[in-house]
Design a protein around this ligand. Sequence first.
Ligand SMILES: *Cc1c(COP(=O)(O)O)cnc(C)c1O
Length: 395
Amino acid sequence: MTQHTDPSAKLRPETLAIRAGREISDYREHSQALFLTSSFTYDTAAEAAAMFIGEQDGYIYSRFTNPTVAAFQQRLAALEGGERAIATASGMAAIQATMLTLLKAGDHIVSSQSLFGSTINLFNGILAKFGVEVSYVDATDLDAWRAATRPNTRVFFLETPSNPLTELSDIAAVADIAHAAGALLVVDNCFCTPVLQQPLKLGADLVVHSATKSLDGHGRVLGGAVVGSDKLIEPIYLHVRTAGPSLSAFNAWTLLSGLETLFVRVERQCETALEIARWLEAQPQVERVFYPGLESHPQHALAQRQQAAGGTVVSFVLKGGRDAAWRLIDGVEVFSRTSNLGDVKSTVTHPASTTHARITPEARARAGIVEGLVRLAIGLEHVEDLKADLAARFA
Ligand SMILES: *Cc1c(COP(=O)(O)O)cnc(C)c1O
C-alpha cells in the first residue's frame, strides 16, 4: 500500500475531506478500496511475532484496524486537526469507549444538561452502575461549570449547539475551566462537524462523533469516532481493540464517500437553514425561532466567533401548541417525519413527544421543550420547496 496523500501536508480542509488518508493498493485503483476481511496474513512466523508485539507495523485483525477503517480515521483526524482518530461502530460506542477509558469508580463528570438522550442514559444508567457520578449544568453559564467541579472531576462533556434549542457552550472558556480543575474536555461535535467548528483548536482534549449523521450524510450506516492527541487516543484504541465496538470496513468505506461531499453538503444546508429560519421568524403563527445564525439568537456573537455558520438544525415554537405542531408534522409532504438529522433529506420532529418524551413534564418545561416546539434538520432540497411545504401548513 502506498500512502497517496500526506495528511500533514498543508492542504485546505476541503481537499483533505477528499484526499487525506487515501491509500492505493498494487492495483492502483482510483476509488477507495473496500477491504472486507476479518484477518490478514504474514509471510513468516517471525513477521507475525513482530507485528503482535508492535515491533512491525501492519494489519493483523479487523477488530484492531483495517486499511479501509484506517483511511477513514486518518481523514477525520486531518479534518478535526487532531493527531489521531479511532473509529467505532456508532456514536454511542465512541462515547462509551471514551468514558470507560478515561474514568474509574469514584470519578465525576460535569456535563451540559441538554444532551443526546442515549448519552444521558449512558451516563445515568450505565456509568452510574460502575460508581461514576455526573453533574449536569446549564451549558451557557460558565459559573455553573465552575461551581459543579469537585476534587474527583475528571471529565467535562458538552454538545454545542444543543439539541433542539441550539444553546451554545463557549468551548474555549469551558476548556479553561476544565483544565484549571485538572479535568479533560470532551466535545460531541456531531451537530457542527469539522466544517463548522474544530473543538480541538479551541482547547478541547477529545472530540467524539456520531458519523451516522452528517459525516455519512445520507442516512445509510452507523458509525462513530474519537479524535485527539496520540497520547489520549492510544488508550481508547487499546480499549476498542480489546472490547470490540469496532467500525466495520463496509461502514468506513461508506463514510469515506460521505466525507468527500461533506463541505458542499454542510455549507449548502447551512445556507438553506438560515433562509428558512429568517422566513419562519416572519410568520405570524410562529412565536419564536431558535437558530444560532439569527441576530435574535441570544448567543449570536459567540456563534459567529465559534462556528463558521449557524448549522443545519432550526427549531421553532408554534403559537398553537401541540395541536399546531402535530398538524404541521402530519401535513408536510417534502420533509420526512423522522428524528434523524444530518441527512440530505430534510426531517421534522416534535421533540416533546419523541426525543424528550421519557423525561417528566416538569423537567421538559425546565429544559424549554414546550408542546409547540418543532425541530427541522435541513437537507439539500431546494429552499423554496421546503418553504412551500411549511407555508402550506400555515395557510
Ligand atoms: C446521534 C447522536 C449520537 C449517537 O450516535 P449513534 O451513531 O446513533 O450511536 C450522539 N450524539 C449526538 C449529538 C447525536 O445526534
